[in-house]
Design a protein around this ligand. Structure first.
Ligand code: HEM
Length: 431
């Protein structure tokens, strides 16, 4: 069985290419090898990158018992715990996914709207005028507050501080180091230092909520999980941490990218400020297309697998490349341009707009994330009249563990604020 072509050894050069500039690197490889090629990243199984929608469709609709996403995500295991939905496969994964779905159902989103708007307005009110602002640091505070309120219904400062410690640790740690620490030779002691205190706090919160006589009346995610499932405490801890981690770093990064792009596209910013719901939505979609938070999703093969004319052996990973799909000129003319209008002209396709992955592993929080992004962008557009870039040239990407963040943290300058009266306008209907 031969693997699709790809760059020759040394693997270290490929690892560096992938880690430093995954977007341009994969586009270069596509030019050389076509839509299907193999790369070798140190400490990982060989990756067969897939850049054609037909192949992405095949994987997303394929047999989850052969295409293991949980195992593909194993570097997150020491951090999130073995019972995290992100790490499971097969029937256990489906069971957890089903249990976690109700709080993320589209209809439930309205319940979060007021909370998100209030937190976003308060955050933006504190943004300085005339000095560069590293927006990712601010959006990270914002999205952490939002996800904690969605999950627990209230804030717990001790947990917030502990999560900060964990996220800083993860953010600072390169994906390569995570692979070594979390791979076959998992060094759990390193992770235990940050996880143990968080587990203790989560345990306290779970015990208190279990004892709450009004449990069934609460609308937060923890209460829903306690009332609607029979998850034990250890499982709940892993799943809560998964939602807290997966549920805010990603959205914070996407928002920072949106601001980085909007500051460089005054026409798009002006149109966003007009308040048309469809345009706000298009800005979110275009940001996630052009600057996907995750460059691809991984499925580890458990049996020989035929795709694109190859029979791939078990042990290899197929990687639907979000970046390659999103930069196809046949689907997105002038693919590197930031043009939200393209999503007003044509809705996104299931296998051509894949920032949230797909199939039975599609991001559980996709509706929540888009809903949150729209509300936060509206709040910013209401409060800020003029936005300018905070760096001389467009920001490159940097890996923050597994996410791709703007190199200067989405640095912008709030050049002019709206008069306070503009804020607190009637609320547009959320979707
Ligand atoms: C812009 C923000 C977000 C992006 C770009 C994003 C992206 C992704 C991607 C690419 C996956 C893997 C999908 C696959 O393997 O096919 C994923 C999985 C997941 N995401 Fe998100 N995500 C975001 C926000 C959220 C939020 C807000 C939550 C929860 C509150 C969340 C919870 C999850 C969970 C639980 C999974 C695992 C699903 C499974 O394995 O069945 N994500 N996300």
């Amino acid at each position: 069985m031969t693997l699709p072509p790809g760059p020759p050894r040394p693997h270290l050069a490929q690892t560096v290419g992938w880690l430093t500039r995954p977007g341009p690197y994969s586009r270069r490889l596509r030019e050389r090898y076509g839509d299907v090629f193999t790369i070798h990243v140190e400490q990982r199984a060989p990756w067969v990158m897939l850049g054609h929608p037909d192949h992405v469709k095949q994987v997303f609709t394929g047999d989850p018992n052969v295409l293991h996403a949980g195992e593909g995500n194993n570097i997150l295991k020491p951090l999130l715990g073995a019972r995290s939905v992100l790490l499971l496969d097969g029937s256990e994964h489906m069971q957890h996914r089903k249990a976690l779905l109700p709080p993320f159902h589209g209809e439930r989103m309205q319940a979060y709207g007021d909370m998100i708007r209030a937190i976003a307005n308060e955050e933006v009110a504190g943004w300085p005028v005339g000095t560069p602002l590293a927006t990712r640091l601010r959006t990270q505070e914002l999205t952490l507050e939002i996800i904690m309120r969605a999950v627990f219904g209230s804030r717990d400062q001790r947990l917030r501080d502990a999560l900060h410690g964990l996220l800083e640790f993860v953010g600072r740690t390169s994906v390569l180091v995570l692979s070594v620490l979390g791979g076959k030779r998992a060094n759990t002691a390193v992770f235990d230092r940050v996880r143990v205190p968080i587990d203790a706090l989560l345990g306290e919160l779970i015990t208190a909520r279990r004892a709450d006589p009004d449990l069934s009346e609460h609308a937060d995610i923890l209460s829903m999980l306690l009332a609607g499932t029979d998850m034990d405490d250890a499982t709940l801890k892993d799943e809560l941490l998964t939602l807290l981690v997966a549920g805010h770093e990603t959205t914070a990064t996407a928002l920072a990218w949106a601001l980085e792009r909007l500051a460089r596209h005054p026409g798009a910013w002006a149109r966003l400020r007009e308040g048309d719901d469809d345009y706000v939505d298009a800005v979110c979609k275009e940001t996630l297309r052009l600057r996907p938070v995750l460059p691809g999703v991984i499925r580890l093969l458990k049996a020989p697998y035929e795709i694109a004319g190859y029979t791939l052996p078990a042990g290899v990973a197929v990687v639907p490349s979000i970046h390659l799909i999103h930069t196809r000129a046949d689907i997105y003319p002038d693919p590197l341009a930031f043009r939200p209008e393209r999503f007003l002209e044509k809705p996104p396709g299931t296998y051509t707009w894949i920032p949230f992955g797909g199939g039975v592993r599609r991001c559980l929080g996709a509706s929540f994330a888009l809903f949150e992004m729209r509300w936060v962008l509206r709040a910013i557009a209401d409060a800020v009249v003029e936005l300018q870039p905070g760096t001389t040239s467009a920001e490159d990407t940097k890996h923050r563990s597994i996410t791709l963040a703007p190199k200067a943290d989405g640095r912008v300058i709030v050049a002019r604020r709206a008069a306070p009266a503009r804020r607190g306008q009637p609320v547009p209907s959320g979707r």
